[in-house]
Write a protein that binds this ligand. Structure first.
Ligand code: NDP
Ligand code: OXD
Length: 309
């Protein structure tokens, strides 16, 4: 049997090289050049054309190239019996914690203002902000959110977290469910979104959510663009209610050149690289699940299709 590499627009070479090191005898077929669909038992997938995954009658496992799986759970043509797994991997997790810490500290320590002052040759002392009395809220306490929360806590901030189900995590004030969202947002000077996009989270960061955040707060979205209502975010920034938005993900990617986020003085745009799946780190986790499915053992990091993540 063979593995299918199905990721339009992603360079296969580094992945094939990492697989050649990890599974030297394995055959990898790069989509769309698939001479024998019946020979495929595993598909490694990112943003597949809808319906494509029905073409492989002997498929036994679908692995996302990333942590996010909305491209899989929203494809109704993927046969229901095929398990899907996603990437949970330490380098990716630490990368996301770095991103959240970087941007919280950037705002907390006035870095944007200091850089602007340097360009204008202005020597201006800015009042230090008190770390222990500043709360950073993390939306989503999963693999990425929990790690980010722990790093932020280690820096001395107060940390709050919000999830779907109740959680207990040392040093983190935990909130869950729609009823506790407002209380969570209301204490957070920085809110970092690390939620999956699902029918429940799409549009969650809207006018009401921004109004619930304290005046002068900072929103970071490193999850998925459609969780934010762009027009509501722009209105909250323009009214001065929100201080800043750091955005790594967008409704449309690449972010269209005409989008107002590009030139907004209080928005930082990063090109969906908060945390990347790097072949040498990720391939061993894929190989583990390939071995497991082929030997009939339980899979790791299974996606729950009904839940949507
Ligand atoms: P996990 O599945 O491990 O965690 C998701 C968290 O979100 C869980 O705590 C879950 O709650 C919570 N959640 C889900 N739905 C809701 C809801 N309706 N209300 C409240 N909380 C909810 O995912 P990861 O941490 O691995 O990844 C999160 C997302 O980050 C990915 O889905 C992806 O979109 C994005 N991502 C972005 C990257 C980038 O470079 N920008 C890189 C990698 C991922 P519970 O614990 O109760 O289930
Ligand atoms: C992911 C991503 O989901 O890169 O892993 O966004």
């Amino acid at each position: 049997m063979s593995i299918l590499y199905l990721s339009p627009g992603r360079d296969p070479e580094p992945w094939l090289a990492a697989f050649a090191r990890a599974m030297p005898t394995e055959k990898i077929v790069v989509w769309p050049d698939v001479p024998d669909p019946a020979a495929i038992d595993i598909a490694l997938v990112w943003k597949q054309p809808p319906g494509e995954l029905q073409r492989y009658p002997n498929l036994r496992l679908i692995s996302s190239f990333g942590a996010g799986v909305e491209h899989l759970v929203t494809d109704p043509e993927i046969p229901a019996h095929i398990p899907m797994v996603r990437i949970v991997e330490d380098r990716l997790t630490i990368g996301m914690a770095e991103f959240v810490a970087l941007h919280v500290l950037r705002r907390h320590r006035w870095l944007d203002e200091i850089e602007a002052n340097q360009k204008a040759k202005i020597w201006k002392w800015l009042p230090p902000r008190d770390t222990p009395s500043t709360t950073v809220g993390i939306l989503g306490l999963g693999a990425l959110g929990l790690a980010a929360a722990q790093v932020i806590r280690a820096l001395g901030f107060k940390v709050a977290g919000w999830s779907r189900t109740p959680k207990l995590a040392e040093g983190i004030e935990c909130f869950h469910g729609p009823d506790q969202l407002k209380a969570f947002l209301g204490r957070s000077a920085h809110v970092a979104c690390l939620l999956p996009v699902t029918p429940d989270t799409r549009g969650l960061l809207n006018r009401q959510a921004f109004a619930a955040m304290p005046r002068g707060s900072h929103i970071i979205n490193a999850a998925r663009g459609p969780i934010v209502v762009d027009a509501d975010l722009l209105a909250a920034l323009d009214s001065g209610h929100l201080d800043w938005a750091t955005l790594d993900v967008f409704h449309e990617e690449p972010l269209p050149v005409t989008h107002p986020f590009w030139a907004h003085p209080r928005v930082t745009v990063t090109p969906h690289n908060a945390a990347d799946s790097l072949p040498d780190y990720v391939v061993p986790t894929m190989v583990e699940n390939i071995d497991r499915v082929r030997s009939g053992r339980p899979l790791l990091n299974l996606v729950d299709r009904a839940r949507g993540y």
